[in-house]
Design a protein around this ligand. Sequence first.
Ligand code: PYC
Length: 432
Amino acid sequence: MAQTATTTGGRARTRGRAARYSAFDIVRRGVTHSEWPRSFNEHELRTTYDVVIVGAGVHGLACAYYLAVNHGITNVAVLEKSYMGGGGSGRNTAIIRSNYLTPEGVRFYDRSVKLYEKLSVDLNYNVMFSQRGHLTLAHNDASLRTMNWRAEVNKLQGIDSSVIDAKEVGRIVPYLDVSADTRYPILGALYHPPGGIIRHDAVNWGYARAATHLGVEIHQQTEVLGIETAGGKVTGVRTSRGNISTSMVINCTAGWASTISDMVDVKMPLVTHPLQAAVTEPVKVFLSAVIVSGSLHVYVSQTDRGELVFGASVDPYPSYSMRGSLEFTEGLAAHILELIPSISSLKLLRQWAGLCDMTPDYSPIMGVTPVEGFLVDVGWGTYGFKAGPVAGEQMAQLIATGRTPDLIAAFDLARFADGRLVGEKGAASVGH
Ligand code: PYC
């Protein structure tokens, strides 16, 4: 059987330049790991770009891709001080959902779910989006009240989301202990069938490959040292590999969002906390949905490889540490075993942390700033990865048209001074 694979990721180029491989070719290259074309090439840093994006995580890469594919803007450099996808985009627990609390949040994250649903096709890259359902458990009346509130807001925005009882929870996930005599009995859950998990690295690589095949340049190991302005407008960027002249810089970083914005004296209301996660040895697939317990500060899903992936609340103190801690492991084990006692003999393989820039209202900061040509896509707290596609799409539209799209208008920086907060704390996976 003849199969078609392509060397390109973007839709336009895919149609134009499909390379054909036989099934034999694919097997031979898969076994020998030789002769595959590189996903993207290294470039000399040029001295001028139309747009400079700081941060090669999912937000920066998606922005670059949508600039190229939707608006034909390809003279774009994505600068990364470390390696592509090495920050929050490679350190998250890959949960996708749109069951938020505010209408603004629900509409926004739902657009992301829609983009994720067709991303494998758009990028010609399997991002393994598994819409297996997402359950936020309620262990007390206050949580049930919030779940009902969210369900109503969700439904009004056309999102598939409802509150189900403990019996139904047990039917969907038989391994959960839903008996009434546990220390934290499960009273019900917010059930969101379109929610699920994705292969986060594949999303990063897919966007990178597609963007570069459309002409964008990704520069790893290229640190931004300063941003030049004149008369209140961006004029250039100083980097560890040389200076760039540009009139447009987008801050798509996490952890370093304030550092980059400080370079043009734009103050960000952010506090950075680590968020820890961990993964077990692989076992036969048994967990069919994403499980979140806000009260027990834990969430868990099972990857296609069989590993259980766990996350928790952000660490209680601000820090830039990306190492795991014993306190986290102990708390995690205690809490998860309240929910699924049968996994007590599973071994943890790895743990790690990512950096979360928390805003006062748990919503992001997107759009223009007082400095002309300096835009921000920051402040994602614990919601960043799931927003990558929609943030990239909307920021690209803003850059191309000069007008703030309706979908992100509520998330502007000025809201903190004007008192127009978009409170999303109630939609956090777990209490922070
Ligand atoms: O908001 O779904 C979420 C989430 C999962 C992990 C961190 N945040």
